[in-house]
Design a protein around this ligand. Structure first.
Ligand SMILES: NC(=O)c1ccc[n+]([C@@H]2O[C@H](COP(=O)([O-])OP(=O)(O)OC[C@H]3O[C@@H](n4cnc5c(N)ncnc54)[C@H](OP(=O)(O)O)[C@@H]3O)[C@@H](O)[C@H]2O)c1
Length: 294
C-alpha cells in the first residue's frame, strides 16, 4: 500500500506549491493529506481528491486527529515571529503529535546555519530540529535560504526611492525560488527514504546586496544606489521610517546574519534532491519586473 504523505500549513504560499509539486511528481491525490487551520482555503485541492483536514498546532486534540494515518509528514515552519517562543512551542507540539500518531519520517523547513545564525528566530528552528532528532523518528531537514520572492518585501520601495539602505556589507546570499523549495520538499517527502539527512537549499549564485541591486537595476532599468550603514544606523532609519518597534530587531538581524555569512552557503542540494537546476535569480527578476515596479 502506498504511504500517506501529510503536508502541514498546506494553505500557505509554500504549502500549496508543495501540494502542486507532489501531484506533478505523480503522487496520487488519495495518498496526500493536507492540514491547515482553514480547510475552506483548500477546496480546490479537496476537489482533486486530497484529504484536507483541520489542524492547528495550538490545538493538540485537533492536530492529533489530523495526523492520524500519516506515514511521512512535512512540517512547514509556522509564521509566529513573536519573542515568546510561540513558533518553537507550536512546532515541538507538532513533532510530538506526529510521533504519537505513528508517523515514521518528518521533513522540516528550517534555516541555514541554525546552530549559530544571528537571525533572531534561529533558536526556534534549532530547537525544532533538536526535538525532531530526539523524537527517534527519521528525518529530512531542509534548511531553506531566503526566497527570491522576499524581494517583494523591500524592493518595490527601493525601486521607487532609488535607495537601498543595508547593513549587510559584502555578505552574500544565493536566493532560491519558493517553488524550488517546494519541489525539493515534495521530492524528499515522496522519496520514501528513511535516511536522516540535513540539506541546505540554495540558488545557484551567491550575490552581495550591491550585486543584487545591480541585477535588479539592470532588469528593471532603474538606478539603485546601495547605502551601507551600521546595524545601529539601519535600526535608527527604520524607526524614523515608522517600522514597528517589535519588527526592527528581526529585520536588522537579517542584515547582520548576511554580513556575517550565516546565509552565505551555496550548495547543490536542490539538484541532489530533485535532479533539476534551481531557478536563476535573473529569471525571477525578469518574471517579476512588472509586479516589482507596480
Ligand atoms: N526562506 C524564506 O525566505 C522564508 C520566508 C518567509 C517565511 N519562511 C518560513 O517558511 C514558512 C512557509 O513560507 P510561506 O512563504 O508559505 O509563508 P506563509 O504563506 O506566510 O505561511 C505561513 C504558514 O504558517 C502556518 N501556520 C501558522 N500558524 C499555524 C498554526 N498555529 N498551526 C499550524 N500551522 C500554522 C500556515 O498554515 P495554514 O495557514 O495553512 O494553517 C502556513 O503554512 C513560513 O511559515 C516561515 O516559517 C521562510
Amino acid at each position: 500500500m502506498a504511504q500517506k504523505l501529510l503536508v502541514t500549513g498546506a494553505s500557505g504560499q509554500l504549502g500549496q506549491l508543495v501540494l502542486d509539486a507532489l501531484l506533478a511528481r505523480g503522487v496520487s491525490a488519495s495518498d496526500i493529506i493536507a492540514t491547515t487551520r482553514d480547510p475552506s482555503k483548500l477546496a480546490t485541492y479537496a476537489a482533486k481528491g486530497i484529504d484536507v483536514r483541520a489542524a492547528d498546532f495550538d490545538n493538540a486534540e485537533l492536530t492529533a486527529k489530523a495526523f492520524a494515518g500519516a506515514d511521512r509528514l512535512a512540517l512547514i515552519s509556522t509564521d509566529a515571529l513573536d519573542d515568546k517562543g510561540t513558533r518553537q512551542k507550536q512546532q515541538i507540539a507538532a513533532v510530538n503529535a506526529a510521533k504519537a500518531a505513528g508517523v515514521k519520517h518528518i521533513v522540516y523547513t528550517s534555516l541555514p546555519d541554525a546552530e549559530s545564525s544571528k537571525i533572531i528566530f534561529a533558536p526556534d528552528h534549532l530547537n525544532t530540529e533538536k526535538a525532531i532528532k530526539e523524537s527517534g523518528l527519521t528525518y529530512t531537514l531542509l534548511r531553506n535560504t531566503w526566497y527570491q520572492e522576499n524581494m517583494f518585501m523591500s524592493l518595490p520601495n527601493v525601486l521607487k526611492s532609488g535607495h537601498w539602505y543595508t547593513s549587510s556589507g559584502a555578505g552574500k546570499i544565493a536566493h532560491i525560488a519558493r517553488a524550488d523549495c517546494a519541489e525539493a520538499l515534495a521530492a524528499a517527502l515522496a522519496s520514501g527514504s528513511t535516511e536522516s539527512k540535513t540539506y541546505t537549499l540554495t540558488g545557484s549564485t551567491l550575490l552581495s546586496t550591491d550585486e543584487v541591486a545591480a541585477l535588479a537595476g539592470e532588469v528593471t532599468g532603474k538606478k539603485i544606489e546601495v547605502i551601507h550603514l551600521s546595524d545601529e544606523q539601519l535600526a535608527g532609519g527604520m524607526k524614523a521610517a515608522g517600522v514597528p518597534d517589535f519588527l526592527i530587531p528581526t529585520l536588522v538581524s537579517f542584515d547582520t546574519a548576511t554580513r556575517e555569512g550565516h546565509l552565505g552557503a551555496r550548495t547543490d542540494d536542490f539538484e541532489t534532491l530533485t535532479g533539476n537546476k534551481p531557478k536563476p535569480f535573473r529569471a525571477f527578476f525578469e518574471e517579476s519586473k512588472d509586479a516589482l515596479l507596480a
